[in-house]
Write a protein that binds this ligand. Structure first.
Ligand code: PLP
Length: 380
């Protein structure tokens, strides 16, 4: 049995102002969507990313579903994406009848390999979905160029990418559309929540309509029309004010939360440098032109057995580490509804070898112990 308190993999951070904000929202008597706190959060997201419009949603999954509507996905249309990602990246498009075409990832950043995108394009391709793994940017310049050349929509799955940048440009605002997550496992949280960022102005009005049950209610509230009505397909994708009041407390501290996470990340990175030099493991790679947000710290171990032993040994020492994605192209639904472009050797390799370490605010007080235990397990 561990002698000290167990270290969880994740622990949601509270700024301390969430409950007070919820009280304010309650006092204002407007609890449905698009009230005071939603406006504050959206304005901040627009100012920080430069997106034409930021629409809060009840999850990143919902934002991706909206993106699939906006991309006009029809049954049989193909969408190029990595296999090494969360299910929602694919599911959002499959719900519209789309077919995910899974391509391999780069061995350094574990982001979709931009060199493989163009060969996966067919006459049925409609969109490319780069996923910024661990908050480290995909190679957006070549991806956007392929999108332009073939007339494809680029939808960034920036679930993990808030306050990260590619060549100085904020993630989520580089493609036509971008999706953020505020799930409690992400950097900035509200339990369940997300946002759709719309860079392309031509998509703004339809995005608002899809989010508001297919009505032009947003225009009505801005006084642009004198009654609102059903004009298109849509659903209810907007969060209520209780949730956005919580989110605003987090957003106000987003930069300091990110700075603190980066310090934890940097400490891990320094601690495992010599293990990497001796060939024991590989550390994450952040290219010089990418600014990251310390969403995740992971190690790439020797093989599946090594990782299984690593996770079990650390658990015995009271430290909870987890592996990541089962590749979508090898999952039951992925095999049935998608198609793999090639063998995806890097995806299969990393899915067996990657382990994520605890990274949450407050870990600072325990991080020496975590590092010592990990180094001991690595030596065993
Ligand atoms: C977390 C995550 C999602 C889903 O976010 P929700 O807000 O939980 O819907 C989608 N894609 C990626 C890459 C994620 O990490």
């Amino acid at each position: 049995m561990p002698h000290s308190a167990p270290i969880p993999f994740n622990k949601p951070h509270l700024t301390g102002r969430e409950a007070a904000n919820i009280d304010v929202a309650h006092g204002m008597g407007h609890l449905s969507g698009d009230g005071h706190f939603t406006r504050l959060c959206s304005a901040w997201l627009e100012a920080t990313t430069g997106a034409k419009k930021a629409l809060l949603t009840h999850s990143c999954t919902a934002a991706l579903e909206m993106a699939a509507f906006l991309a006009g996905i029809q049954p049989g249309d193909e969408v190029i994406m990595p296999s090494y990602t969360f299910v929602s990246t694919a599911n959002a498009f499959v719900l519209r009848g789309g077919v995910p075409v899974f391509i391999d990832i780069r061995p350094d950043t574990l982001n979709l390999d931009e060199g493989l995108v163009e060969q996966a394009v067919t006459p049925r391709t409609r969109a490319i979905v780069p996923v910024h793994y661990a908050g480290v940017a995909c190679e957006m310049d070549p991806i956007l160029a392929i999108g332009r050349k073939h007339g494809l929509m680029v939808v960034e799955d920036a679930a993990q990418g808030i306050l990260s940048a590619y060549r100085g440009k904020p993630l989520g605002s580089l493609g036509d559309l971008g999706a953020f997550s505020f799930h409690e496992t992400k950097n900035i949280i509200c339990g369940e929540g997300g946002a759709l960022l719309v860079r392309n102005p031509a998509l703004v009005e339809r995005a608002e309509i899809i989010r508001e049950k297919g009505t032009n209610r947003a225009r009505f509230f801005r006084g642009e029309i004198d009654k609102y009505t059903w004009v298109d397909v849509g659903s209810s994708y907007l969060p209520g004010e209780i949730v956005t009041a919580f989110l605003w407390a987090q957003i106000e501290e987003a930069h300091s939360i990110t700075r603190r996470r980066l310090r934890i990340w940097d400490r891990y990175h320094a601690a495992f440098e010599s293990a990497e030099r001796s060939g024991r493991l590989r550390r994450p790679v952040v290219p010089a032109h990418c600014t990251h947000n310390a969403h995740m710290y992971y190690l790439v171990l020797a093989d599946l057995d090594d990782r299984t032993r690593f996770i079990a040994s650390l658990r015995n020492r009271g430290i909870h580490c987890v592996f990541h994605y089962v590749p979508l192209h090898s999952s039951p639904a992925g095999r049935e509804r998608g198609r793999a472009h090639g063998d995806l050797p890097v995806t299969l390799d990393r899915a067996d070898r990657l382990v994520r370490l605890p990274l949450w605010l407050g870990l600072e007080a325990h991080q020496d112990r975590v590092i010592d235990e990990i180094l001991a397990v690595l030596r065993d």
